[in-house]
Ligand binder design. Structure first.
Ligand code: SF4
Ligand code: SF4
Length: 100
């Protein structure tokens, strides 16, 4: 993309983190998402869905990067994740404040 000499605005540091969504009723409790999550965000819950399976739940939400490996491994399209930008890091906020 050509910006025609326009300078891109600098709005601080954005750190991507993830959010994961689980479609409980689609899950068959194979455990792939739990097994392949690199940061062990998920665990199979003790609750049942209507088919009698234990779907995963999020146990360490702050560790989710939004990589969507869980979604790629799920054979039933029962889980997906996405990256979310943080508002601004605390450091970036401090820098903006100091620049006054
Ligand atoms: S998006 Fe990545 S880090 Fe988050 S739960 Fe899925 S596999 Fe784990
Ligand atoms: S990979 Fe899909 S079907 Fe398997 S436990 Fe996870 S959400 Fe359920």
């Amino acid at each position: 993309m050509h910006l025609g000499g326009l300078k891109a605005p600098v709005v601080g540091v954005f750190v991507a983190k993830g959010r994961v969504s689980i479609v409980v009723e689609r899950c068959k409790a194979c455990g792939f998402c739990v097994e392949f999550c690199p940061t062990k965000v998920l665990a199979l819950s003790s609750a049942f869905n209507s088919k009698g399976y234990h779907p995963p739940h999020v146990v360490l939400p702050e560790k989710c990067s939004g990589c969507d490996l869980c979604g790629m491994y799920c054979p039933d399209f029962a889980i997906y994740a996405y990256k979310i930008p943080e508002q601004k890091s605390e450091k970036a906020k401090a820098e903006v404040k100091n620049e006054g």
